[in-house]
Design a protein around this ligand. Structure first.
Ligand code: ASP
Ligand code: MG
Length: 451
């Protein structure tokens, strides 16, 4: 079997759902489990509904609820217009969901209490609605389809808004629920993002969690492939919004994908496909508006040829911290002391580069930074540079690629480089440039390696 996950933009309106039906129809022989997100922007709106109910603006919340209801009703009406009785039935179910949503909003408003538990419940309506409408549409289009409630088998702990999946429970329960649904049907649809505790309480996996659901189901069902259907044709050589002439990468390894988490996150967050990596299930990123394109196939590391540079990734706003101390010379324990400070204030360090008497490192937030620098300056000299950007050149076996440094730094020789970090991983060379140089640096690198 395969898992096919459709993100918010791939189910955003009736035209998108019609495309989904045709894409799924072609894969029936592969026994697809279809995982869907809420219609685009719906989760954001639900969050607003929850917050407005809580802060006393119940009318505002109800107005937003009304708009949401209209959007879903319009979509179902367009999709099922040829089958009136079927449409009537679907519409009354949709209205039921909204009756419940209004009820919960009302309770939040009266009690002036918005727990994570209530928020998880409210945010789940998006996926419940989208999956239900698509389930009805698939059946109406002649695709034998059943629906399975993800809250019954994507089991998490009771961290309501970011449930930690219980792999063992999922491995046990997902096949039972999904195989039962497959008994009477060719396709099973379920919700991304939403989950439940062992005791049946509604949790969610965290924003953007539908990819995670797809990977968890893939793992539990031993899927042959996981398809992530989005609105771009795969992972690109660099961010197409910043550089012209980028192209989609045909094949890449899981490790390379993980290095692209900065801009790659817009397409697919590598952390969320971890369960697929563990089971070596290929993940394919595809474009639902151009389904004939081959997209990007992500495979286990050994199955991917090294090809030099695969992609260029970046982080726009980072901070560089330089620490200097003569006490570092020929002593031990200095780094422990230093990193304890970062640990104490929960500041995560990205790149590090050291010399005999100094350490440079980067962080991507200035949260708590004042406290960190204040504490470090008790035992070392600290300077902080803002307005920097990190650039990473990513590719398998880069460490063994001769002449790479010359090409990278040759291409950007007109720009100042603040810091370089290489060797920590086989597959990336990272360095820091001035933020105002970022666009010309990534454009020059893209020209050097891909054009
Ligand atoms: N609908 C959820 C969100 O917007 C989950 C997802 O789309 O992956 O965060
Ligand atoms: Mg999404």
């Amino acid at each position: 079997m395969i898992v096919m996950k459709f993100g918010g933009t791939s189910v955003q309106d009736s035209a998108a759902v019609n495309r989904l039906v045709e894409i799924v129809r072609k894969k029936i022989h592969l026994h697809p489990v279809v995982v869907v997100s809420a219609l685009s922007k719906v989760t954001d709106t639900l969050q607003k509904i929850a917050n407005q109910s809580y802060t006393g603006d119940l009318n505002g919340a109800l107005a937003l609820t009304e708009t949401l209801q209209e959007r879903h009703i319009l979509m179902a009406s367009q999709l099922l217009s040829e089958n009136q009785p079927y449409l009537e039935h679907t519409l009354s179910e949709i209205k039921e969901y909204f009756v419940k949503l209004r009820e919960i909003a009302g309770v939040v408003n009266i009690l002036e209490e918005l727990s994570n538990k209530s928020m998880a419940k409210i945010l789940s309506f998006g996926e419940l609605l989208s999956s239900y409408i698509i389930y009805r549409t698939l059946n109406n289009a002649g695709v034998k389809c059943d629906i399975a409630d993800a809250r019954c088998f994507i089991i998490t702990d009771d961290e309501f808004l970011k449930g930690e999946p219980d792999y063992n429970a999922i491995r046990e329960l997902a096949p039972i629920a999904l195989n039962l649904a497959f008994e009477q049907s060719d396709v099973v649809i379920t919700q991304g993002f939403i989950s439940g505790t062992k005791n049946g309480l509604n949790t969610i996996l965290g924003r953007g969690g539908s990819d995670y659901t797809a990977a968890l189901i893939g793992m539990a069902m031993n899927a042959d492939e996981i398809e992530i259907w989005t609105d771009v044709d795969g992972v690109h050589t660099t961010d197409p919004r910043r550089v012209e002439n980028t192209r989609s990468i045909t094949t890449m390894s899981f490790s390379e994908a993980a290095e692209l988490s900065f801009f790659g996150a817009k397409v697919l967050h590598p952390a969320t496909i971890q369960p697929a990596i563990e089971k070596n299930i290929p993940v394919r990123v595809l474009n639902s508006t151009e389904p004939h394109k081959s997209g990007t196939l992500i495979l286990k590391d050994e199955e991917v040829q090294s090809c030099g540079v695969r992609a260029i990734s970046f982080k726009e706003d980072i901070v560089v911290i330089n620490i200097f101390s003569m006490k570092m010379l020929n002593t031990f324990g200095f780094l422990t002391k230093l990193f304890e400070v970062f640990g104490k204030y929960g500041v995560s360090v990205d790149l590090i580069s050291t010399s005999e008497v100094s350490v440079s490192l980067t962080v991507d937030t200035d949260l708590n930074l004042d406290r960190v620098t204040k504490e470090i300056s008790r035992f070392a000299k600290v300077t902080v540079n803002y307005n920097k950007s990190q650039v990473s050149v990513v590719g398998k076996n880069l460490k063994e690629t001769k002449g790479l440094a010359k090409r990278i730094f040759g291409a950007i020789c007109e720009h100042n480089i603040t810091m370089i970090s290489q060797g920590a991983s086989d597959i990336n060379v990272s360095f820091v440039v001035n933020k105002e140089d970022l666009d010309s640096v990534i454009t020059a690198l893209h020209k050097e390696f891909f054009e």
